[in-house]
Design a protein around this ligand. Structure first.
Ligand SMILES: [Zn+2]
Length: 91
């Protein structure tokens, strides 16, 4: 795997290992780094490997911090203007 280290330096050891297994499974030949990266991208985009919570899921902290109008970033759009939500003043 050392020969691939430079090409795939941005992948973690875990991601690299998983991508190598997938590349070997789907490739007739000893996989090159491009095949490993392709396998990694495929797994990443198809969600085969768990890399974190879904983007649309809110953490409990965010749930408490923002109201339903300004989730998930604290901003609301009023008359075409983006403004910081004022829900904190009301509380
Ligand atoms: Zn709010």
């Amino acid at each position: 795997m050392i020969a691939y280290a430079e090409d795939l330096a941005d992948l973690t050891a875990e991601q690299l290992d998983a991508a190598c297994k997938e590349a070997r499974r789907t490739s007739e030949f000893m996989p090159v780094s491009a095949a490993i990266r392709a396998a990694h991208e495929k797994m990443r985009t198809t969600g085969t490997v768990f890399l974190g919570p879904p983007l649309l899921a809110y953490t409990e902290e965010e749930e408490a911090k923002y109201c339903e109008r300004c989730r998930p970033d604290g901003w609301v759009v009023t008359n075409g203007h983006a403004m910081r939500c004022d829900h904190r003043k009301k509380q």
